[in-house]
Design a protein. Sequence first.
Length: 246
Amino acid sequence: MHLQLDQWVILALAALIVGIAKTGIPGFGIVAILAVAAIIPARQSTGLMLPMLIAGDIFSVCYYRHHASWPHLLRLAPWAIVGVLVGACALGRLNDAQIRPLIGGIVLALVACNFWLKRHPERRDAFARSRLLAAAVGVLGGLTTMIANAAGPVMVIYLLAMGLPKNAFLGTSAWFFFCVNLFKVPFSVGLGLITLSSLRFNLILLPAILLGAWLGVRFARRLPEKAFAIVAESLAVAGALVLILH
């Protein structure tokens, strides 16, 4: 690909946003995904984004490695693998334009569920223990991240509904996406989504990702727990609306 200067600027900003989203502002990453998809064909943008996301995941896992909620991860992980496998099989039949409205609608449904839980906190424990919900979110997360790298808003609302504090939220999200994104790599290579050419682009953009990750950590440190939840939920809702209307 031969990109113009303005397109390189957009890619650099997207890489910066990826880093910030991974370590400090969950839900913000959907902006980067949509920005890249606006200048690069959808199929190629999926392959370009995955190594960028993994780079952000590595930084996030290193920083929040002691804060993950493993019971939540273990409930989600097997179903996320199923979702990735389904997504890999469906990639030739579905595209991100078809799947985005579905993702957005499910995110808004989860937002409504989270709002209900705030009004009925005594139900949160039962909600958190629900294996059926964990299975549904895991499959959906794996499917949507394989097809469109767009599982972020789904996981944001689910983890908020679990009542996780800020650092546990960020640590659990970091480990979930790190493992799922690594699992996606062989499928993306086999489908021709990741190539040597796309990896060269990723290397050029790596400094912007690292800078964003550093900025995200500093932002998260300064953001109180309640404000963090409000920011994360607001961005997830905005991302869902964009997915529906895009």
